[in-house]
Design a protein around this ligand. Structure first.
Ligand code: MN
Length: 282
């Protein structure tokens, strides 16, 4: 395969697997913007989060020109693409289009968003796309809407390239293109947790088993959140970065640096004013 030096190099991955409809649509949406290479898991790896495979060998197979399937996670795919398959760093990493939205705390579980995180970590502009699930069983994913939104935003991204340390998580409402309300730039929202999220059943031998269910649809009201945007028919674009540091708390706990009792064997630090016997390690 020959690579152009001038054309942008676009790497596409996902977590639904290389055979999913979503990745095909994303590839169509990116057509004409540069040279496209698809490197994606050989099977569905949804909720793989940012996992790296360390305890089994990774292999890739070429399905057809510029399409590679990897027996690993989305993060494995980005690494293999970057350091084995591609001749240089991709200019753009695109992930998706996921079947199902990735909103609020979903981004920490999402393989779709993690592929973009990895792209960003490796220094490429990165964008993840997720399409809201249909409201009822049997209704279709509006992939045509997702195609148009992705194509529009890929254009925006390349028009004015931003800092690769920031990646963009895009969520698309599952409705027709005419019924989209517009685009909202959002922050991650907060769901109201569903206490009955884990379903308990019994197997034929009477032993309990558990199934992690779906998230609650309720969320804390906030007009700037991703949850609110999707709920109101807007495409949600959330800029994310991987520095998870909570800076205000660095101030709050700064005094911990000054407390010398950690090393003081005669006066071990303990929650009840040192009356408990000292423990060997923190
Ligand atoms: Mn998925």
């Amino acid at each position: 395969m020959t690579f152009s030096e001038k054309e942008p190099l676009i790497l596409i991955s996902n977590d639904d697997g290389i055979d999913s409809d979503g990745i095909r649509v994303l590839e169509e949406a990116a057509e004409g913007f540069g040279q496209i290479v698809v490197v994606a898991p050989d099977q569905e790896r949804s909720a793989a989060s940012h996992a790296l495979t360390l305890h089994q060998p990774l292999r890739y197979t070429m399905r057809r020109a510029n399409h590679y399937a990897v027996n690993g996670t989305p993060t494995d795919c980005i690494n293999l693409a970057r350091f084995v398959i591609l001749p240089r760093k991709p200019d753009l990493v695109l992930s998706g289009i996921n079947h199902g939205s990735n909103l609020a705390d979903d981004v920490t579980y999402s393989g779709t968003v993690s592929a973009a995180f990895e792209g960003s970590l490796l220094g490429s502009l990165s964008m993840a796309f997720s399409l809201e699930s249909p409201e009822a069983e049997g209704m279709a994913f509006q992939l045509d809407t997702a195609y148009h939104v992705a194509r529009h935003l890929i254009g925006k991204m390349l028009e004015r390239p931003s800092d690769p340390q920031v990646l963009y998580s895009v969520n698309i409402p599952n409705r027709s293109r005419e019924n989209l309300s517009g685009i909202r730039v959002t922050h991650l929202g907060k769901r109201i947790l569903n206490e009955n999220n884990i379903i308990r059943k019994e197997d034929p031998r009477g032993r309990p088993y558990f199934w992690i269910g779906l998230n609650s649809r309720d969320y804390e009201p906030d007009p700037h959140s991703d949850l609110h945007a999707i709920d109101h028919g807007y495409v949600s674009v959330t800029p994310l970065h991987l520095d998870l540091t909570h800076f205000p708390s660095m101030e709050t706990i700064a005094a911990w640096e000054q407390d010398g009792s950690m090393k003081d064997a005669a006066n071990p630090a303990s929650p009840d004013n040192g009356s408990a016997p000292g423990r060997g390690a923190l």
